[in-house]
Design a protein around this ligand. Structure first.
Ligand SMILES: Nc1nc2c(c(=O)[nH]1)N[C@H]1C(S)=C(S)[C@@H](COP(=O)(O)OP(=O)(O)OC[C@H]3O[C@@H](n4cnc5c(=O)[nH]c(N)nc54)[C@H](O)[C@@H]3O)O[C@H]1N2
Ligand SMILES: Nc1nc2c(c(=O)[nH]1)N[C@H]1C(S)=C(S)[C@@H](COP(=O)(O)OP(=O)(O)OC[C@H]3O[C@@H](n4cnc5c(=O)[nH]c(N)nc54)[C@H](O)[C@@H]3O)O[C@H]1N2
Ligand SMILES: [Mo]
Length: 895
């Protein structure tokens, strides 16, 4: 989303779905996982919208949709690519919008070579590192300034995430052909790239009939233009793939071509997960980001403050990222207060540095290899929730100490005692070296603070009850941990302790347990004038001279006028449907991003029906139902002077103000590591040979060659028939994620009391499975068992002339709680998307057999036997198979 539009958040708010004329839900079970927001889909349907659901499994979302399309998991790019082709071949794009607001007319380097010629690879592929040099992908004349440095390093640090708050860079003025005829303009490149995604190809790859495909393509394109809009909804059915970012890119391309971004009833609704998952990337719990998507410094690339900021700003770049120096200085000022001065680069030297991949999967492999001594685990249960459960548990069993803060005694705290590896003899409780400290946590109703939910909306929560016993909030824990550490270090003269001792750590506390004030934290996040203490009204007031401190620049304004704007709860009957006075959305309380695009280039609403934000010539300002996502008084006719950068470089008709060229990106010259355009690759584990190209899987995917992490073979490798079935893993309404919060709740535990596996009647017949009997599933990592549910919810699909059976599993079970069962995540290996390092945990291959699994050492023996049959002997590494075009067709050893 960041690379396509300029910001990584959902483009819209869920209420806006009610204005859509068509809604495509793909990679999401919205009715079950986001039931409250789903009311707006139902409202749209009531008003006449057509609803499509594309999913491997028929769910309650499918039941409420007008049309359900079963799809082979992991093939959405082929389907969406088919829609792109349908739009372009039939010239159904919203031409005025596309010309003015996207990069369709921009001319690309003559060095660019597409996947058609290179059998599934783009130009610039380096087989030695399985990554791309991106110079040839750039706009014409920008080859030298791709800004793509070492893409292997970018992959290791998930640098793609930086584009969550701003687009990727553009090296200067661009060449355009407004007639869209130039063979190297983006529009023509797109046409050629997607030409092979025909309805026949969609059928061959996805198992979706041509007729069903055309129903979807027609409905989507018919609801486009001045009068009509369509919305796209996805969630983790799209993200958890080795090509997850490119799924979203394909959806974004369709929405741009149809003129659906920035308009009522349009957009790409990325549904986020937990209550504050959006918040956990905005103010990140990630290794590679700082608040507001400022990149975590890398030791080699960012030796000084100026280097760091310079890399973010990219001089001459258009758009709001031009002010990054002020955001960065204000963040450091918030951290180190009086100690941070312009003279000492605001204590930039205190910030930790990245040296490579510090992501959770690399960490756990490092634990297995004895490189990590201690681990804090807060609000996460990787023994059940993360891919490759066995690796997670073996890693945690090899620490010196582990601190778990949770509401319940979860599997990640008891693996040494009750985990499956105890039964197999791999972990011996008496000998397990890890000392586990379990600290009980206060739940969301037992503490105050904000959640930032799916539509970038911050909502303040009051404390309802006091936490029982020793349960404490995270705020309490970290504040007092910091306080105690500082007290212990007081008087130290060691330079390494300065970063801790110079921190601003002065939050007021209250109550019997000295609970820090969450409002004080929110005020710091909002930012203030360091001389007067005045709270800032927004990020445009941030300065780079030390006169402002801002904890998270994109949240600046949440405490404007000294008022907790997140706590606003004006009823919807007392305001219009946009409800701007309910909570506070970043940035600047905008509900629909890029809403400048809801007006035509001259600033007039595209139509009366789709009126939203427009230029008022009398008052000479942008106005409408929402906060304009544009400089309020910049007229539609504004043209930047020669060489203008930053905000001044954005023209009056450039709605994508965070992008380096002000345009929505149909083609991404940089910012995406696996290609400027989406391409169908098979999942890392697939029973099918890629019908589109010689290149089988994403060549740049992040792999972890480690003996604990063998991958099931896929064609053209031998023995892929050992794991013949596709399996996919997702959620039940009645359970929550890794299950502690629902398996410990009586009513929920009773509603879904057992681990089960869904199979179609056809597969049950084939594999000899009986309804309500037992089955066990085997991968190169593990074997798990489950009760069998034979159901028509799964459709066998015809793919490449053969039948592909898909198996569905919930991932909520583990060894603790009122109801227990084997964990589906034990089946997965670890393979990640190269851009954001999200694991491929929506699709893998396995075998399924009737009856219960073996126990004790016999369990590992069964897995070993499968490995031998699959040719996975000895030190098992993950092969990257590339086409001849990449140089070498042999399986390459990355060890
Ligand atoms: N009741 C309940 N609600 C929840 C949660 C919960 O655990 N329980 N979890 C919360 C969290 S953390 C999150 S992130 C969200 C997740 O919300 P969702 O993403 O909606 O939930 P999932 O059930 O994981 O998966 C969505 C759908 O993707 C489909 N799918 C899998 N692979 C593919 C594919 O390749 N292509 C397509 N088109 N579809 C695919 C699955 O069959 C499934 O129906 O839900 C949140 N809400
Ligand atoms: N195969 C497969 N795997 C998946 C997914 C999938 O779709 N398929 N989905 C992925 C997704 S989207 C997610 S979000 C993850 C979730 O995976 P995890 O985050 O590992 O699982 P949760 O059960 O949500 O763990 C959250 C823990 O936090 C505790 N908790 C709740 N509130 C608080 C609090 O205020 N403080 C503290 N300290 N603890 C608290 C809960 O009791 C719970 O044990 O799973 C991922 N794994
Ligand atoms: Mo999630």
């Amino acid at each position: 989303m960041g690379a396509s539009f300029g910001r990584g958040g959902a483009t819209d708010f869920q209420q806006n779905l009610a204005n859509a004329d068509v809604i495509v839900i793909q990679g999401s079970n919205m009715a079950e996982a986001h039931p409250v927001g789903f009311q707006w889909v139902m409202e749209a349907k009531r008003r006449g919208a057509k609803v499509f659901h594309v999913d491997p499994r028929f769910t309650r979302t499918s039941a409420l949709a007008d049309v359900y399309l079963p799809i082979r998991a992991g093939t959405d790019i082929a389907l969406l690519g088919g829609v792109v082709r349908y739009i372009l071949e039939n010239e159904l794009d919203f031409r005025e919008y596309v010309l003015a607001y996207t990069n369709a007319a921009t001319i690309v380097s003559r060095d660019f070579v597409d996947t058609d010629e290179l059998d599934g690879l783009f130009s610039g592929y380096d087989p030695a590192t399985n990554s791309y040099v991106q110079d040839s992908w750039q706009y014409d004349g920008h080859e030298e300034s791709s800004g793509s440095g070492d893409t292997t390093k970018e992959r290791d640090s998930a640098a793609g995430l930086e584009h969550e708050s701003h687009g990727a860079r553009v090296g200067g003025p661009t060449h355009r052909d407004e007639t869209l005829q130039h063979p190297r303009c983006v529009y023509q490149i797109l046409r050629r790239h997607f030409a092979r995604y025909t309805p026949e190809m969609v059928e061959r790859v996805c198992g979706i009939s041509q007729e069903q495909f055309l129903t979807l393509a027609r409905a989507w394109t018919e609801n486009s233009g001045r009068e009509r809009t369509g919305a796209l909804v996805y969630s983790v059915g799209w993200t958890q793939h080795s090509v997850g970012v490119q799924y979203i890119r394909t959806g974004a391309i369709i929405q741009l071509l149809l003129g659906n971004v920035g308009r009522p009833g349009g957009g790409v609704m990325a549904l986020r997960g937990h209550a504050s998952i959006q918040g956990s990337t905005d103010i990140p719990t990630l290794f590679n980001l700082l608040p507001g998507y400022l990149p975590m410094p890398h030791h080699a690339d960012h030796p000084t403050f100026d280097h760091w900021v310079g890399r973010i700003v990219n001089p001459g770049q258009k758009g709001f990222w031009g002010n990054a120096r002020a955001y960065a200085a204000s963040l450091l000022k918030a951290y180190w207060g009086d100690a941070a001065t312009p003279e000492n680069d605001f204590c930039y030297g205190y910030l930790p540095r990245m040296t490579g991949d510090h992501g959770t999967y690399q960490q756990v492999l490092n634990m297995i290899d004895g490189k990590v001594k201690g681990y804090f685990l807060l609000g996460q249960n990787p023994a059940v929730g993360s891919a490759h459960g066995r690796a997670q548990r073996l890693g945690m069993a090899n620490l010196d100490w582990l601190v778990v803060r949770d509401l319940f005694l979860i599997e990640s705290a008891t693996f040494w005692q009750n985990g499956p590896e105890v039964a197999t003899g791999e972990i011996v409780p008496e000998e397990c070296r890890t000392e586990v400290f379990f600290l009980p946590a206060a739940s969301h109703v037992e503490k105050e603070g904000t959640f930032t939910q799916t539509q970038r909306l911050l909502q303040w929560r009051e404390k309802a009850v006091d936490p029982p016993g020793d349960c404490r909030s995270e705020l309490w824990f970290f504040y007092h941990l910091g306080r105690v550490l500082r007290e212990k270090l007081a008087g130290s003269t060691a330079p390494r302790d300065r970063a801790l001792l110079d921190l601003t750590w002065d939050y007021p506390t209250h109550g019997p347990h000295d609970e820090p004030s969450a409002e004080a934290v929110l005020r710091e996040i909002n930012g203030y004038d360091t001389r007067t203490g005045r709270l800032l009204s927004g990020f445009t007031e941030a300065r780079d001279d030390g006169s402002t401190a801002v904890g998270c620049w994109i949240y600046s304004g949440v405490y404007a006028d000294g008022v907790n704007q997140a706590a606003r709860r004006k009823p919807r009957h007392e305001q219009d449907w946009v409800a701007a006075e309910w909570g506070w959305a970043w940035p600047a309380n905008r509900r629909t991003l890029y809403n400048r695009a809801s007006a035509d280039p001259q600033g007039r609403p595209w139509s009366e029906r789709k009126r939203y934000v427009w230029w008022d010539p009398e008052r000479a300002e942008w106005t409408g139902y929402d906060v304009p996502d544009f400089e309020r008084t910049k007229p539609p006719t504004y043209r930047p002077p020669e060489g203008a950068g930053g905000v001044a470089g954005i023209a009056g008709d450039d709605p994508f103000i965070m992008q380096g060229d002000g345009k929505g990106w149909l083609y991404a010259p940089s910012g995406v590591l696996d290609g400027p355009l989406p391409t169908h690759y098979e999942p890392a584990e697939s029973p099918v040979r890629n019908p589109l190209y010689g290149q089988q899987a994403n060549p740049t995917r992040k792999v972890y060659p480690h003996p604990v992490n063998p991958m099931n073979p896929s064609p053209p490798q031998a023995h892929s028939d050992v794991f013949p079935y596709v399996f996919t893993v997702s959620r039940l309404t009645e359970h929550h994620t890794a299950g502690a919060m629902s398996r410990n709740v009586r009513h929920l535990a009773e509603l879904q009391p057992e681990m089960f596996v869904e199979v179609s009647p056809a597969l049950a017949g084939l594999a000899g499975l009986t309804h309500l009997g037992w089955a066990h599933l085997v991968s190169a990592r593990a074997v798990i068992e489950a009760k069998v549910l034979v159901t028509e919810r799964l459709t066998p699909l015809r793919v490449e002339g053969r039948t592909i059976h898909q198996i569905w599993l919930p991932y909520h079970f583990g060894t603790e709680g009122l109801v227990t069962g084997d964990s589906a995540n034990d089946l997965f290996g670890i393979t990640l998307d190269p851009n954001v390092l999200i694991q491929e945990s929506k699709v893998g291959t396995c075998d399924i057999r009737p009856g219960r699994r073996p126990t004790g050492p016999a369990l590992r023996e069964l897995v070993e036997a499968y490995r031998r049959r699959a040719g996975l002997t000895g030190a098992v590494v993950t092969p990257i198979l590339t086409t001849d075009a990449g140089g070498d067709r042999e399986a390459r050893d990355h060890g």
